[in-house]
Design a protein around this ligand. Structure first.
Ligand code: NDP
Ligand code: OXD
Length: 315
């Protein structure tokens, strides 16, 4: 029997509590802040956006589980206990991100926003329809989510490129890596899909300088940005400048430096921007609690955790 703390802000903790209690009646579940109990009894903390410093009050933690795939917010906590931080990798989350990426790439490829506008104007006008194999989609981040999306886009017929920190090779994907490989990757990319983690090396990477390197004269006659990684990667003002000067033909944004996106942000009303509220791939208890319980079992049986965040690289 283990004692598990759920400290969740921004999502409803109820579904997590119910799922844990249903799948693991042998464990004691405590939901912060109502069911605090004795912090010294807690073995594992499952968290999303916990208050800074909260976890320092739990002296006997064996691990901290981020309930999302990214743990960048957690790592900002200077008092984080020195125990493994484990992130979510689940087929449920990966499938949801696949759906989002394919949906948004096709929205750009098939110019759906333009047809929506035309519909409002009762305008019957056909536009160019390049084949998928004439369009290059470049994915920044070839991890769990990026590789899956890349292989799906390849199967649909797109030309797929990928960029990662270290060298990789996948069938059907033209891979580039490191700072040296970035420029050649961008020059050949028309639809840029960002699935990078936010780390000291990637913060602010989606800026005007980078957008200006994208391939704007390809089959789509313009370059598009889709960011479903993290808001800290993007410079909002640069996205607007790039859209206004024509460097970007459109931006689809799921994540923002400040969330919820402030009401005063000009992104809300920009005609070339599509916004979703950081739900490209929702972490849902149904798809994730059994993964967490398997990780806890590993630890209890002395087997190292899977998917531990490297505090050096930040992902
Ligand atoms: P992974 O850790 O599996 O993959 C990260 C990828 O990014 C790796 O390929 C890595 O390269 C690459 N990378 C990291 N740093 C750099 C760098 N400096 N330069 C180039 N490439 C770099 O993460 P996931 O695929 O599971 O998730 C990616 C991110 O997606 C999460 O961190 C999270 O922020 C975001 N996310 C967003 C969601 C949403 O709903 N919007 C939902 C879930 C996740 P290498 O392989 O060479 O190390
Ligand atoms: C995640 C997220 O990191 O939801 O999983 O953004």
């Amino acid at each position: 029997m283990s004692n598990i703390l759920l400290a969740i802000i921004g999502w409803d903790p109820k579904g997590w509590e119910t799922r844990f209690r249903a799948l693991a009646p042998q464990h004691k579940i405590r939901v912060w802040p109502e069911q605090m109990g004795d912090p010294a009894e807690i073995d594992y903390a499952c968290v999303w956006n916990p208050p800074q410093g909260l976890l320092a009050d739990y002296p006997n933690l064996k691990a901290i589980f981020s309930l999302g795939a990214g743990a960048d917010d957690l790592l900002q906590d200077l008092r984080l206990p020195k125990v493994p931080i484990v992130r979510v990798v689940s087929s449920d989350l990966t499938m949801r991100m696949n759906e989002y990426v394919v949906l948004q790439v096709l929205m750009c490829h098939r110019r759906q926003r333009l047809y929506d506008t035309q519909q409002r104007e009762r305008l019957w006008r056909d536009h160019d329809q390049p084949a998928a194999n004439e369009v290059s989609v470049g994915i920044m981040g070839l991890g769990e989510l990026g590789t899956s999306a890349a292989s799906l886009l390849h199967r649909i017929g797109f030309r797929v490129l990928g960029w990662s920190r270290t060298q990789k090779s996948f069938p059907g994907v033209e891979t580039h890596f490191g700072p040296v490989g970035l420029e050649s990757f961008l020059r050949r990319t028309e639809i840029l899909v960002c699935l990078l983690p936010a780390t000291p090396a990637t913060r602010g990477i989606l800026n005007l300088d980078l957008f200006r390197k994208l391939k704007y004269n390809g089959a789509l006659h313009g370059a598009y940005l889709i960011n479903a990684g993290r808001g800290a990667l993007q410079v909002d003002g640069d996205i607007i400048d790039a859209l206004d000067e024509g460097t970007l033909a459109g931006a689809i944004l799921d994540v923002f430096p400040t969330e919820p996106l402030p009401l005063a942000s000009p992104l809300w009303t920009h005609p070339k921007v599509s916004i979703t509220p950081h739900n490209a791939a929702a972490s849902l208890p149904h798809g994730i609690v059994d993964y967490l319980l398997r990780q806890i079992d590993r630890c209890e049986f002395g087997v190292p955790f899977d998917h531990v965040i490297d505090r050096e690289t930040g992902y």
